[in-house]
Design a protein around this ligand. Structure first.
Ligand code: NDP
Length: 242
Protein backbone atom coordinates (compact mmCIF):
# COMPACT_ATOMS: atom_id res chain seq x y z
CA UNK A 1 0.00 0.00 0.00
CA UNK A 2 1.12 3.57 -0.75
CA UNK A 3 2.80 5.25 2.22
CA UNK A 4 1.91 8.93 2.58
CA UNK A 5 3.15 9.42 6.14
CA UNK A 6 4.38 12.97 6.68
CA UNK A 7 2.43 14.29 3.67
CA UNK A 8 -0.43 16.76 3.72
CA UNK A 9 -3.27 16.59 1.21
CA UNK A 10 -6.21 18.74 0.20
CA UNK A 11 -9.22 17.13 -1.49
CA UNK A 12 -11.85 19.49 -2.88
CA UNK A 13 -15.42 18.22 -2.58
CA UNK A 14 -14.42 15.68 0.04
CA UNK A 15 -17.74 15.46 1.86
CA UNK A 16 -19.43 12.86 -0.35
CA UNK A 17 -18.98 10.39 -3.19
CA UNK A 18 -15.63 10.06 -4.93
CA UNK A 19 -14.03 12.90 -2.94
CA UNK A 20 -14.91 11.33 0.41
CA UNK A 21 -13.45 8.00 -0.75
CA UNK A 22 -10.27 9.77 -1.90
CA UNK A 23 -9.96 11.58 1.44
CA UNK A 24 -10.31 8.26 3.30
CA UNK A 25 -7.79 6.48 1.05
CA UNK A 26 -5.16 9.21 1.42
CA UNK A 27 -5.71 9.37 5.19
CA UNK A 28 -5.48 5.57 5.50
CA UNK A 29 -2.15 5.80 3.64
CA UNK A 30 -0.97 8.18 6.38
CA UNK A 31 -1.54 11.67 4.96
CA UNK A 32 -2.92 14.55 6.99
CA UNK A 33 -6.10 15.70 5.30
CA UNK A 34 -7.98 18.87 4.48
CA UNK A 35 -11.22 18.59 2.57
CA UNK A 36 -13.56 21.22 1.20
CA UNK A 37 -17.32 21.14 0.93
CA UNK A 38 -20.00 23.53 -0.22
CA UNK A 39 -23.19 22.76 1.68
CA UNK A 40 -22.91 19.37 3.43
CA UNK A 41 -21.22 20.35 6.68
CA UNK A 42 -22.57 17.25 8.42
CA UNK A 43 -21.21 14.95 5.73
CA UNK A 44 -17.84 16.73 5.78
CA UNK A 45 -17.67 16.50 9.57
CA UNK A 46 -18.51 12.79 9.35
CA UNK A 47 -15.54 12.20 7.03
CA UNK A 48 -13.29 14.10 9.45
CA UNK A 49 -14.60 12.00 12.35
CA UNK A 50 -14.01 8.76 10.42
CA UNK A 51 -10.42 9.79 9.67
CA UNK A 52 -9.80 10.82 13.28
CA UNK A 53 -11.30 7.57 14.59
CA UNK A 54 -8.63 5.72 12.62
CA UNK A 55 -5.90 7.84 14.21
CA UNK A 56 -5.58 10.34 11.37
CA UNK A 57 -5.69 14.12 11.25
CA UNK A 58 -8.28 16.00 9.20
CA UNK A 59 -9.92 19.37 8.83
CA UNK A 60 -13.02 20.40 6.85
CA UNK A 61 -13.17 23.79 5.12
CA UNK A 62 -16.32 25.33 3.66
CA UNK A 63 -15.48 26.80 0.23
CA UNK A 64 -17.75 27.16 -2.79
CA UNK A 65 -15.68 26.20 -5.84
CA UNK A 66 -17.71 28.70 -7.89
CA UNK A 67 -16.22 31.50 -5.79
CA UNK A 68 -12.72 32.24 -7.08
CA UNK A 69 -11.52 33.97 -3.93
CA UNK A 70 -12.85 31.15 -1.73
CA UNK A 71 -10.97 28.54 -3.78
CA UNK A 72 -7.62 30.28 -3.35
CA UNK A 73 -8.30 31.01 0.31
CA UNK A 74 -9.21 27.37 0.99
CA UNK A 75 -5.88 26.16 -0.40
CA UNK A 76 -3.99 28.65 1.77
CA UNK A 77 -6.11 27.68 4.78
CA UNK A 78 -5.41 23.99 4.22
CA UNK A 79 -1.65 24.59 4.00
CA UNK A 80 -1.76 26.72 7.12
CA UNK A 81 -3.89 24.26 9.12
CA UNK A 82 -1.72 21.27 8.17
CA UNK A 83 1.59 23.13 8.18
CA UNK A 84 2.42 22.12 4.59
CA UNK A 85 0.82 20.94 1.35
CA UNK A 86 2.11 18.08 -0.75
CA UNK A 87 -0.95 16.71 -2.55
CA UNK A 88 -3.88 18.50 -4.18
CA UNK A 89 -6.81 16.49 -5.51
CA UNK A 90 -9.27 18.69 -7.37
CA UNK A 91 -12.44 16.64 -7.26
CA UNK A 92 -15.42 18.95 -6.61
CA UNK A 93 -17.67 18.95 -9.66
CA UNK A 94 -21.23 19.37 -10.82
CA UNK A 95 -23.54 18.52 -13.70
CA UNK A 96 -26.31 20.81 -14.88
CA UNK A 97 -29.55 20.10 -16.73
CA UNK A 98 -29.79 23.00 -19.15
CA UNK A 99 -27.82 25.53 -21.12
CA UNK A 100 -28.79 28.84 -19.58
CA UNK A 101 -26.02 31.42 -19.36
CA UNK A 102 -26.12 31.01 -15.59
CA UNK A 103 -25.63 27.24 -15.87
CA UNK A 104 -22.81 27.62 -18.38
CA UNK A 105 -21.01 30.09 -16.13
CA UNK A 106 -21.52 27.96 -13.01
CA UNK A 107 -20.31 24.67 -14.48
CA UNK A 108 -17.25 26.32 -16.00
CA UNK A 109 -16.53 28.08 -12.69
CA UNK A 110 -16.78 24.88 -10.62
CA UNK A 111 -15.46 22.21 -13.02
CA UNK A 112 -12.85 24.20 -14.95
CA UNK A 113 -11.83 27.50 -13.36
CA UNK A 114 -11.67 26.22 -9.77
CA UNK A 115 -9.23 23.36 -10.54
CA UNK A 116 -6.90 25.83 -12.26
CA UNK A 117 -7.10 28.36 -9.44
CA UNK A 118 -6.58 25.63 -6.83
CA UNK A 119 -3.53 24.30 -8.69
CA UNK A 120 -2.03 27.80 -9.00
CA UNK A 121 -2.53 28.40 -5.29
CA UNK A 122 -1.29 24.93 -4.29
CA UNK A 123 1.97 24.95 -6.24
CA UNK A 124 3.10 27.95 -4.20
CA UNK A 125 3.03 25.74 -1.08
CA UNK A 126 4.47 22.59 -2.67
CA UNK A 127 8.04 21.43 -2.69
CA UNK A 128 9.78 18.79 -4.80
CA UNK A 129 7.62 15.65 -4.91
CA UNK A 130 4.34 17.55 -4.93
CA UNK A 131 1.33 15.96 -6.59
CA UNK A 132 -1.64 17.57 -8.34
CA UNK A 133 -4.38 15.16 -9.39
CA UNK A 134 -7.47 16.40 -11.17
CA UNK A 135 -10.69 14.43 -11.46
CA UNK A 136 -11.86 14.76 -15.05
CA UNK A 137 -14.30 12.36 -16.68
CA UNK A 138 -14.40 9.74 -19.42
CA UNK A 139 -16.80 12.26 -21.00
CA UNK A 140 -13.93 14.72 -21.27
CA UNK A 141 -12.29 12.26 -23.65
CA UNK A 142 -15.13 10.78 -25.70
CA UNK A 143 -18.82 11.66 -25.78
CA UNK A 144 -20.82 8.49 -26.29
CA UNK A 145 -24.36 9.82 -25.91
CA UNK A 146 -26.15 13.13 -26.55
CA UNK A 147 -27.22 15.76 -24.04
CA UNK A 148 -24.00 16.10 -22.05
CA UNK A 149 -22.08 18.66 -24.12
CA UNK A 150 -21.62 21.33 -21.46
CA UNK A 151 -20.31 18.88 -18.85
CA UNK A 152 -18.02 17.22 -21.43
CA UNK A 153 -16.68 20.62 -22.45
CA UNK A 154 -15.94 21.54 -18.84
CA UNK A 155 -14.03 18.29 -18.31
CA UNK A 156 -12.18 18.28 -21.66
CA UNK A 157 -10.53 21.56 -20.63
CA UNK A 158 -9.06 19.77 -17.62
CA UNK A 159 -6.93 17.66 -19.94
CA UNK A 160 -5.27 20.71 -21.52
CA UNK A 161 -4.78 22.22 -18.11
CA UNK A 162 -3.20 19.02 -16.78
CA UNK A 163 -0.76 18.74 -19.67
CA UNK A 164 0.23 22.40 -19.45
CA UNK A 165 0.76 22.30 -15.70
CA UNK A 166 2.81 19.11 -16.04
CA UNK A 167 5.19 21.10 -18.27
CA UNK A 168 5.13 24.18 -16.02
CA UNK A 169 5.74 22.32 -12.76
CA UNK A 170 7.84 19.36 -13.94
CA UNK A 171 11.13 21.23 -13.42
CA UNK A 172 10.18 21.51 -9.73
CA UNK A 173 9.48 17.79 -9.41
CA UNK A 174 5.71 18.29 -9.12
CA UNK A 175 3.58 15.85 -11.12
CA UNK A 176 0.16 16.69 -12.55
CA UNK A 177 -2.26 14.04 -13.82
CA UNK A 178 -5.95 13.71 -14.62
CA UNK A 179 -7.97 10.68 -13.52
CA UNK A 180 -10.99 10.14 -15.76
CA UNK A 181 -13.72 8.09 -14.06
CA UNK A 182 -16.47 6.30 -15.89
CA UNK A 183 -19.87 5.74 -14.26
CA UNK A 184 -19.33 5.68 -10.50
CA UNK A 185 -22.21 5.05 -8.10
CA UNK A 186 -22.62 8.35 -6.20
CA UNK A 187 -25.30 10.96 -5.53
CA UNK A 188 -24.33 12.58 -8.85
CA UNK A 189 -24.72 9.40 -10.89
CA UNK A 190 -26.59 6.70 -8.96
CA UNK A 191 -26.34 3.16 -10.32
CA UNK A 192 -30.15 3.06 -10.09
CA UNK A 193 -30.67 6.33 -12.02
CA UNK A 194 -32.67 6.72 -15.25
CA UNK A 195 -29.60 6.66 -17.52
CA UNK A 196 -27.71 4.01 -15.52
CA UNK A 197 -28.43 1.02 -17.76
CA UNK A 198 -27.21 2.90 -20.82
CA UNK A 199 -23.99 3.93 -19.08
CA UNK A 200 -23.45 0.41 -17.74
CA UNK A 201 -23.84 -1.00 -21.24
CA UNK A 202 -21.07 1.30 -22.51
CA UNK A 203 -18.52 -0.17 -20.10
CA UNK A 204 -16.44 -3.19 -21.05
CA UNK A 205 -16.92 -4.62 -17.55
CA UNK A 206 -20.71 -4.26 -17.63
CA UNK A 207 -20.98 -2.53 -14.27
CA UNK A 208 -20.76 0.76 -12.40
CA UNK A 209 -17.57 1.51 -10.53
CA UNK A 210 -17.25 2.24 -6.81
CA UNK A 211 -15.82 5.49 -5.48
CA UNK A 212 -13.11 3.45 -3.73
CA UNK A 213 -11.93 2.17 -7.12
CA UNK A 214 -11.21 5.75 -8.22
CA UNK A 215 -9.65 6.55 -4.84
CA UNK A 216 -7.21 3.65 -5.14
CA UNK A 217 -5.80 5.10 -8.38
CA UNK A 218 -5.53 8.56 -6.86
CA UNK A 219 -3.68 7.17 -3.82
CA UNK A 220 -1.26 5.36 -6.11
CA UNK A 221 -0.54 8.52 -8.12
CA UNK A 222 -0.10 10.49 -4.89
CA UNK A 223 2.54 8.10 -3.60
CA UNK A 224 6.07 7.10 -4.61
CA UNK A 225 4.72 4.82 -7.36
CA UNK A 226 3.48 7.87 -9.26
CA UNK A 227 6.83 9.67 -9.30
CA UNK A 228 7.45 9.27 -13.05
CA UNK A 229 3.83 9.71 -14.19
CA UNK A 230 2.98 13.25 -15.25
CA UNK A 231 0.82 14.93 -17.87
CA UNK A 232 -1.13 11.68 -18.15
CA UNK A 233 -4.82 10.93 -18.56
CA UNK A 234 -5.68 7.83 -16.58
CA UNK A 235 -9.03 6.19 -17.24
CA UNK A 236 -10.80 4.48 -14.34
CA UNK A 237 -13.88 3.90 -16.42
CA UNK A 238 -14.49 0.15 -16.61
CA UNK A 239 -13.48 0.31 -20.26
CA UNK A 240 -16.04 2.92 -21.30
CA UNK A 241 -13.53 4.53 -23.64
CA UNK A 242 -11.73 1.33 -24.59
P1 NDP B 1 -21.20 14.01 -5.85
O1 NDP B 1 -22.26 14.93 -6.37
O2 NDP B 1 -21.58 12.71 -5.27
O3 NDP B 1 -20.29 14.82 -4.80
C1 NDP B 1 -19.82 16.08 -5.18
C2 NDP B 1 -18.84 16.61 -4.17
O4 NDP B 1 -18.35 17.87 -4.65
C3 NDP B 1 -19.45 16.88 -2.81
O5 NDP B 1 -18.47 16.70 -1.82
C4 NDP B 1 -19.85 18.34 -2.92
O6 NDP B 1 -19.89 19.05 -1.70
C5 NDP B 1 -18.72 18.88 -3.75
N1 NDP B 1 -19.12 20.08 -4.47
C6 NDP B 1 -20.08 20.20 -5.42
N2 NDP B 1 -20.17 21.48 -5.82
C7 NDP B 1 -19.27 22.17 -5.07
C8 NDP B 1 -18.91 23.53 -5.00
N3 NDP B 1 -19.49 24.46 -5.77
N4 NDP B 1 -17.96 23.89 -4.12
C9 NDP B 1 -17.37 22.98 -3.33
N5 NDP B 1 -17.66 21.67 -3.35
C10 NDP B 1 -18.61 21.28 -4.22
O7 NDP B 1 -20.21 13.80 -7.09
P2 NDP B 1 -19.20 12.59 -7.43
O8 NDP B 1 -18.52 12.14 -6.22
O9 NDP B 1 -19.91 11.65 -8.29
O10 NDP B 1 -18.18 13.37 -8.38
C11 NDP B 1 -16.91 13.80 -7.97
C12 NDP B 1 -16.12 14.23 -9.19
O11 NDP B 1 -16.01 13.13 -10.09
C13 NDP B 1 -16.79 15.36 -9.97
O12 NDP B 1 -15.79 16.22 -10.49
C14 NDP B 1 -17.46 14.62 -11.12
O13 NDP B 1 -17.65 15.44 -12.24
C15 NDP B 1 -16.46 13.52 -11.37
N6 NDP B 1 -17.00 12.35 -12.05
C16 NDP B 1 -18.03 11.62 -11.51
C17 NDP B 1 -18.51 10.52 -12.19
C18 NDP B 1 -19.62 9.67 -11.66
O14 NDP B 1 -20.12 8.83 -12.41
N7 NDP B 1 -20.04 9.83 -10.41
C19 NDP B 1 -17.96 10.13 -13.50
C20 NDP B 1 -16.88 10.96 -13.96
C21 NDP B 1 -16.43 12.03 -13.26
P3 NDP B 1 -21.27 19.17 -0.85
O15 NDP B 1 -21.49 17.82 -0.25
O16 NDP B 1 -21.00 20.22 0.16
O17 NDP B 1 -22.35 19.56 -1.82
Amino acid sequence: MTNLKGKAALVTGGSRGIGAAIAMALAEAGADLALTFQGSKDRADAVVTRIESKGGRAVAIRADSADAAAVTASVDEAASALGRLDILVVNAGIVTEGNSLEEIDRILAVNTRAPYLAALAAEKHMTDGGRIITIGSCLGEAVRFPGITLYSMSKAAITGMTRGLARDLGPRGITVNVVQPGPIDTDMNPASGPSADGQRALTALGRYGRAEEVAAMVAFLAGPGGAYVTGAQIAVDGGTNA
